[in-house]
Write a protein that binds this ligand. Structure first.
Ligand code: LIP
Length: 264
């Protein structure tokens, strides 16, 4: 049985190659391939090409594993391990030339995000030049340096969030922002969930909250946060259609959950 560390090494190797392809295509000029859930929810030719590269490398290395990718969907496996991939997380940033995007690759055991166990993950931020990685029970790292979530400060929490592609959800998301700002020192909206989660793991952000993320957005970043001593939570709330993701210290996650779910 392959170890989490071996899975992490494979994720890092492929995320590095995929990140370089994404950078190269960005420099050559990005073309819009299609829109998905809304006009704002775009996919570029590079998204599809990068995911195809990742899927090809993973299939060659581990042909019996399953696959779940943002752009090419699912592939069944027999090993019990599934690779959950966002080829370019922060697609709108990527398409417009904002250099904050990441290749996110995670290996999980189990079926869906409510019951899987993440074993390994890599989040490659190719323009910034940082490779975040984690293997279960082996810690989280950025380019070899150990990651640790931030200690609570007296100035309030530096929080990050994101908004969905459907403008009709923005009012509700802004209401959520209003509920948590009393405990915040400031708010960041970087545009890449995987990067935001990596920054929570690195102690650069104290906490993160967002509704409506897809499994590939958070699969690797959630493991980074947990292996850096933090908590990642997707609270069950029957009245919420767009599941909430929370990340940070256990205390901060509990406070964010209380404030955000207080009236729903
Ligand atoms: C994005 C997330 C971001 C969220 C965007 C989008 P994509 O993922 O990383 O946090 O706010 O709506 O879901 O679509 O760039 O892979």
């Amino acid at each position: 049985m392959i170890s989490p560390l071996e899975l992490s090494d494979l994720a890092i190797e492929i995320a590095r190659e995929a990140g370089e392809l994404a950078r190269r295509r960005r420099a050559e000029g990005v073309t819009l391939a299609a829109t998905k859930s809304s006009l704002a929810d775009i996919v570029t030719d590079a998204d599809r090409e990068v995911e195809a590269l990742i899927r090809t490398r993973l299939t060659a290395a581990r042909p019996d594993d399953g696959f779940l990718g943002e752009e090419s969907g699912t592939g069944s496996g027999t090993s019990g391990i599934t690779w959950v991939v966002d080829p370019i997380d922060g697609t709108v940033n990527y398409a417009t030339g904002i250099p904050l995007y990441a290749v996110s690759i995670a290996a999980v055991e189990g079926v869906g995000p409510d019951d899987w166990t993440a074993l390994a993950g890599a989040v490659n931020s190719p323009v910034v030049g940082e490779m975040f990685s984690a293997a279960r029970h082996e810690g989280a790292y950025v380019d070899g340096a150990r990651l640790r979530i931030a200690e609570a400060g007296e100035a309030g929490a530096l929080l990050a969030t994101g908004f969905g592609y459907d403008p009709s959800t923005h009012a509700g998301d802004l209401e959520v922002v209003g509920r948590v700002m009393p405990i915040a020192r400031d708010l960041r909206r970087g545009g890449s969930a995987a990067t935001d989660l990596a920054y929570v793991a690195a102690g650069r952000l104290d906490g993160y909250f967002e509704r409506g993320l897809q499994p590939w957005d958070f699969a690797a970043g959630a493991l980074l946060v947990e292996e850096a001593g933090g908590r990642f939570l997707r609270p069950e709330a029957p009245t919420i259609i767009r599941r909430l993701c929370l990340a940070g210290s256990a205390d901060l996650v509990a406070e964010l959950e209380r404030r955000i779910l207080q009236e729903t």
